[in-house]
Write a protein that binds this ligand. Structure first.
Ligand code: AMP
Ligand code: MG
Length: 292
């Protein structure tokens, strides 16, 4: 998944805890093998290769996650859109590679979640536009964390923390104390912008510092506006707090694209979620539910 996985499990029997940690890592690697666009044999790579030719039968698990991604595209009015990858695949942050404006323009109309046709009865996916590519990077880590937490619950674990990159979920508390979850300062690796005592919830952070390169003072980072095919610059970091990591993950990416005022208004309209946003001037903003 191109990121670090961290898990902490508390149980009175050390052998149970060890087994639980092993299962967490195995589950996350299973999802990586399925959803990584860097792996040629992953289901996502096979979809990208074939789904524009004819409807392609996919696994029920993949179908359900694609359906959830579509749901978030509708909910966020297209700010979250896995077809961003139709242009997004032309960026390589490791080698500072980005598409020229004319390359972006030529592919921009392939970004539209309405191009993805999902047939529930046959669990098929079809791309109605020949240049569509999808990438689950904005939702897969949260999905993996939720699955890992479910594994832990099925093993009877009651106190745990699982983090994949910016996506964290907490089971119970840290045995009598809250878990301490930090949000990193987007411009200083060593520092935290906020620390929060939390239990039994989840937090996802999307930032412009995870994958990026700079050119002529412009930061080209991995969160792409589906409207422009380019990274957005109105905020540096967005954290979403809510019960499920997969939902938080999609919403953090979406609010990052929406920017401060639209994004905060949107989160304030949802009952189950809160947001902490650091804007481009590094000022912190909190949703209504966090005002106290
Ligand atoms: P996150 O890791 O959750 O902060 O989300 C960033 C990742 O989501 C990127 O690395 C891309 O894989 C993917 N992504 C970028 N822009 C979008 C977008 N507008 N909608 C959905 N996914 C996106
Ligand atoms: Mg995300």
């Amino acid at each position: 998944m191109g990121t670090n996985i961290y898990a902490e499990v508390w149980h009175e029997d050390a052998a149970v805890a060890e087994e639980a940690l092993l299962q967490v890592m195995q589950e996350i690697e299973r999802i990586n093998q399925m959803m990584s666009t860097y792996i040629d044999t992953s289901e996502i790579s096979i979809i990208n290769k074939n789904a524009a030719k004819q409807p392609l039968v996919v696994s029920v698990e993949m179908f359900e996650l694609l359906t959830l991604a579509q749901h978030f595209s509708i909910l966020t009015d297209g700010a979250f859109d896995i077809t961003y990858a139709s242009v997004g695949y032309l960026y390589d942050y490791k080698t500072s590679k980005r598409p020229e404006n004319n390359e972006i323009e030529a592919l921009l109309d392939a970004i539209d979640y309405n191009h993805i046709q999902l047939d529930k009865k046959n669990t098929t996916v079809y791309f109605k536009h020949p240049n569509v590519k999808i990438d689950l990077g904005g939702i897969a880590k949260g999905y993996a964390v939720d699955n890992a937490i479910e594994k832990l619950q099925s093993l009877g674990i009651k106190h745990a923390l699982v983090t994949a990159g910016g996506d964290t979920r907490l089971l119970g508390d840290r045995v009598g104390k809250p878990w301490i979850v930090g949000i990193r300062d987007p411009r200083n690796r060593e520092k935290q912008a906020v620390v929060m005592p939390l239990h039994d919830t989840a937090v996802s952070t999307s930032g412009d510092y995870e994958r990026y390169f700079e050119e002529d003072g412009v930061r080209y980072h991995h969160i792409i506006s589906p409207e422009t095919g380019k990274s957005t610059h109105s905020v540096q970091s967005v954290s979403i707090i809510g019960p499920s990591s997969v939902h938080n993950d999609a919403l953090a990416t979406a609010v990052f694209v929406m920017g401060l005022s639209d994004g905060m208004g949107f989160i304030n309209s949802l009952r189950a979620f809160d947001a902490i946003v650091m804007d481009a001037e590094r000022k912190m903003h909190y949703s209504n539910g966090l005002q106290n």
